[in-house]
Write a protein that binds this ligand. Sequence first.
Ligand SMILES: CC(C)(COP(=O)(O)OP(=O)(O)OC[C@H]1O[C@@H](n2cnc3c(N)ncnc32)[C@H](O)[C@@H]1OP(=O)(O)O)[C@@H](O)C(=O)NCCC(=O)NCCS
Length: 192
Amino acid sequence: MSTYLATDRLTLRPFTADEADLLIELDSDPAVMRFLSGGEPTPPEIVREGHLPSILAGYERWDGRFGLFAARETESGAFVGWFCLRPERDGPLDEVELGYRLRQDAWGKGYATEVAAALVDKAFSELDVQVVWGATMSLNRASQKVMEKVDMTVTETLATPDDMLAVEGSELGGFRYEITKEQWEGRQVGSR
Ligand SMILES: CC(C)(COP(=O)(O)OP(=O)(O)OC[C@H]1O[C@@H](n2cnc3c(N)ncnc32)[C@H](O)[C@@H]1OP(=O)(O)O)[C@@H](O)C(=O)NCCC(=O)NCCS
């Protein structure tokens, strides 16, 4: 199957129609879901009938350029979670959201930072992207640190969406982070 991205330790590939169980298991860990649903697992039928079909449709819609991809350790083949780089459904193709959700046993190894950095580079160098953005709850320090480590900065504070009011710290809202192509190019020059 086609590789979307390979980093030092991880390989990202499209999900296949028979991989719903990977997503169901990932979303069944309350620690993983803490800042997404308040710890509630995603019901398996929502994954099977909603999330996975929409992930698969995204590969068609964006012709494999963008989407939500399964990440595995290259050496062991173990599934560690997913990353996404994708426009909003009917939004401009040059503004894409960076997202990630990893199994708890994969946390703390630098995996999110490793892949996020490579996705930001790919977005600006290969995919004609102008802005990479991400959104996170105020209390989700791990997610914020990943974005900060790839030079994204806070551009906006966000109100908590209605469907996330059960999440711990929802009264504190969240942050939108961004990096523009211009900032990314400036960073490339500055780091030489
Ligand atoms: C967010 C997430 C992907 C981070 O994955 P990860 O691979 O553990 O992240 P990294 O190892 O690359 O760590 C990035 C930085 O965050 C720090 N960090 C990790 N977890 C942290 C935590 N709970 N609190 C504070 N900092 C944390 C790391 O120490 C590292 O910073 P450092 O290099 O300065 O030490 C992972 O925690 C996750 O999947 N969480 C559940 C889903 C989720 O919340 N997704 C984001 C929704 S917006």
